[in-house]
Write a protein of this length. Sequence first.
Length: 330
Amino acid sequence: MILVTGGAGFIGSNLVAGLENSGAGEIVVCDHLGIFNKWRNLSNRDISDLISPEQLLSYIDSEAKHLEKIFHMGAISSTTETDADKILKTNFWLTQEIWKKCAQYRIPLIYASSAATYGNGQKGFDDKFTKKALSKLKPLNAYGWSKHLFDCWVTRIIESGAEGLCPPQWAGLKFFNVYGPNEYHKEGQISVVLKLYRELMEGSPPTLFRSHNSAYKHGGQKRDFVWVGDCVKVMLWLLENAHVSGLFNLGTGKARSFSDVASSLLVTLQKQAEIRFVDTPEALQTTYQYFTEAKIGRLRSAGYKSPFNGLEVGIKKYVENHLTKDDPYL
C-alpha cells in the first residue's frame, strides 16, 4: 500500500496516476477536496481509499505494517497566503509528525520541498543539505520559509548522526515551476502556461508582468519550467531505488523566459498575437523571483539518468493531450 498526501492536488494526482499506471498496488489518498472541481483530479483513478488530513496520523498508526511508502505532497502551497500560523501547522508541524511516524514504523518517506526556499536566488540554487549551506538561504514568503524550516529540521537530524530518528529512505524534492494537467483548480496559483493558454483561447493577448528590475527586459524574467510528468518519473524512480536519500532539486536545469512560454504557445496553437505587459502588483514587487534554475547535479549523481522534456515539448504535450480535449484531466 502507498499513501499519497495531497493526492487530489496537482502534483499529487499526477503521482497517483503514475503509481497506478506502473502497477504499484493499492493507493490511498489523503486530502481535502473542497467545494470546487478538485475531485475531478481523481475521477479517472482507481484508489483504494480516501482519508482526510485530520485522520492521517491515526491512519499511519493503524496501517503502518501495510504501508510500503509515503509520498507527502500535501501542503498549503500558496505563495500569497499571509496566515503564517496556518502555513506552519500544515507545512512544518504536521510534516514533522509524519517524519517521526515514518522513522518509528520504518516507512520510506518522500516529501515535497520547494524552489521557493531559494528566495531571490542571490545565493544560488545549490541543493546541498548541510546546515551551513541551508543557513544562507532567505525565502521571500511564508510558504517558502515553512518549506525551508523543515529542510533545516531534517538536516539537523541527519548531521546529528541519529539514524534511528530517520525513515529508512527519505528524500525532499525542491520542485521548481511545475506545469501540466490537473492544475485547473488552483485559481490564482496556476502555471503561467495555463494562464496564457486561457487568455489566448478567450481571444485576449497573452499578458505578462513588466520587469521592475533593470537586469531583465519585460518578459525576460526566467524560471525553470518543468513538465509534471518528469516530476512523476523522478518520484517513481525513488520508489524503485530505496537506497537513495537526500534533498534534491527537481527542475530541468535550464531557465526559460516568460516570453518563451508565450511564443511556444502561439506556435503550438498556430496563433499570432502581441504580448501585453502590465505592472507587477506592488505587493509582489519586493518578493518577486526574476530567475530560477535548478542545479540537478546531485540528482544525476544519485543515479537518475532520464532526460527532462524541454519547454516546447512539454507545452505541446499539455495542449494537444489535455487542454484541447473534452476531458483535460489525467
